[in-house]
Design a protein around this ligand. Structure first.
Ligand SMILES: Nc1ncnc2c1ncn2[C@@H]1O[C@H](COP(=O)(O)OP(=O)(O)O)[C@@H](O)[C@H]1O
Ligand SMILES: CC(=O)OP(=O)(O)O
Ligand SMILES: [Mg+2]
Length: 396
């Protein structure tokens, strides 16, 4: 009987999942899907690795305790892959705080510790932990494993990880943690396969999705990143502001008389592409729109992204390689070319035909910097970590 793990990736807009066979050295995807408990009509879609529809269901109303779609996923897995044995569920948990530098089995104590980090990732942490609780309720015997967005950046050192505030706050954990680590880890691994000669060089990976951040890497390790204590810092995002003068927050509270909750909502849910365009948080909608607001929002997005690539290049002492990934980075050729155009002075030049065709390598022959578009796979990173933990420590 083969062993499997069920991987759940709770992002800011939906829950993706994948079932992996972990019997071999490298996990093999058996099926994948989307689980949306948060809409008025919760839905579940399961596809084959090639993308063919296997199963879909839609409910009339959200479930009060939010668990029924998970029960349907487990029932589907049992019916379709009954010959496999489900060893664990692996979860993407956005914030691991100062304590977790790698995956960990989820006990009640660990889950409570992670829930206490909610103020540092209010958009994500509750959504990451909801599936843990839902699965624990319907399958208390199932081992659950947390894999953290922050873990890949655990080795960040000062000055990159330090804020210029009194040192006592740093001792209490107020510092740069960084996120999207499961994506950066996957893409760094792919890059090492595609261009092993670049591993020792100065690389920046741009994860541009609904949330967006940059990671500066050397020898496959994160040495700087644009997100910080929370996933609010850095790039302009779908609904998040990215880097902002902290005085704006004081002004909103003191002069606009906004509460802490109102400021939090403004910065996480109403800002970014949505706030600037007044139209949408979705890059596809903005690129298709002829409105001035849409054009200005896209322009701010690419301007800030290019500025911060240069910032990461400063940490690295130069730039040899730039990789685009995430929903926008993989699919929006206009965004890749606009960012690269602003980085021409750093020696970044792309080949228009390669960029239009979204080939893996998109730099022109004369470019000083190697440029790639590489699809990410956070679920695969989680499956690998779960398989390793199960093998090494016999956690199930
Ligand atoms: N073909 C496309 N062209 C432009 N943008 C795209 C395309 N496909 C997806 N996107 C954008 O990718 C973003 C979502 O990225 P994704 O990485 O899937 O998000 P999440 O952070 O929820 O995982 C959205 O802004 C969406 O508009
Ligand atoms: C950390 C983060 O921003 O994640 P996502 O892109 O899934 O919202
Ligand atoms: Mg994502």
């Amino acid at each position: 009987m083969s062993d499997t793990v069920l991987v759940l990736n709770s992002g800011s807009s939906s829950i993706k999942f994948g079932l992996f066979d972990i019997s071999a050295a490298e996990p093999i995807l058996l099926c994948k899907g989307l689980l949306d408990e948060h809409e008025a009509n919760p839905r579940l879609v399961v596809k084959s690795p090639a993308g063919e529809d296997l199963f879909a269901t839609r409910k009339e109303a959200p479930d009060a305790d939010g668990g029924h779609l998970f029960a349907e996923v487990l029932a589907f897995i049992e019916e379709r892959f009954g010959t496999h044995s489900l060893r664990a569920a692996g979860h993407r948990i956005v914030h691991g705080g100062p304590d977790y530098s790698g995956p960990v089995a989820l006990t009640d104590e660990v889950t409570a510790k992670l829930a206490a980090l909610t103020p540092l990732a209010p958009l994500h942490q509750p959504r990451s932990l909801a599936p843990v609780r839902a699965l624990a309720a319907i399958r208390p015997e199932l081992t659950q494993i947390a894999c953290f967005d922050t873990a890949f950046h655990h080795g960040l050192a000062p000055p990159a990880r330090r804020f210029a505030i009194p040192r006592r706050y740093e001792q209490r954990g107020v510092r740069r943690y960084g996120f999207h680590g499961l994506s950066f880890e996957y893409v760094a691994g792919r890059l090492a396969e595609i261009a092993p000669e670049l591993v020792a060089k100065r690389s920046v990976i741009a994860h541009l999705g609904n949330g967006a951040s940059l990671c500066a890497l050397r020898h496959g390790r994160s040495v700087d990143t644009t997100m910080a204590l929370t996933p609010l810092d850095g790039l302009v995002m779908g609904t998040r502001c990215g880097t902002i003068d902290p005085g704006v927050l004081l002004y909103l509270q003191q002069h606009e008389k906004m509460s802490v909750e109102q400021v939090q909502h403004l910065l996480y849910h109403e800002s970014g592409l949505l706030g600037v365009s007044g139209i949408s948080a979705d890059m596809r909608t903005l690129l298709a729109s002829g409105e001035v607001g849409a054009r200005e929002a896209v322009d701010l997005f690419t301007f800030r992204a290019a500025q911060q690539v240069a910032m990461m290049a400063t940490t690295l002492g130069g730039l040899d390689c730039l990789v685009f990934t995430g929903g926008i980075g993989e699919h929006a050729k206009e965004i890749r070319s606009a960012i690269c155009e602003r980085l021409g002075w750093l020696g970044v030049h792309i080949d228009a035909a390669a960029n239009d065709a979204a080939r893996e390598r998109i730099n022109s022959g004369g470019s000083a910097v190697d440029v790639f578009a590489i699809p990410t796979d956070e679920e695969m990173t989680i499956a690998r970590h779960c398989a390793a933990l199960i093998r090494e420590r016999h956690v199930t």
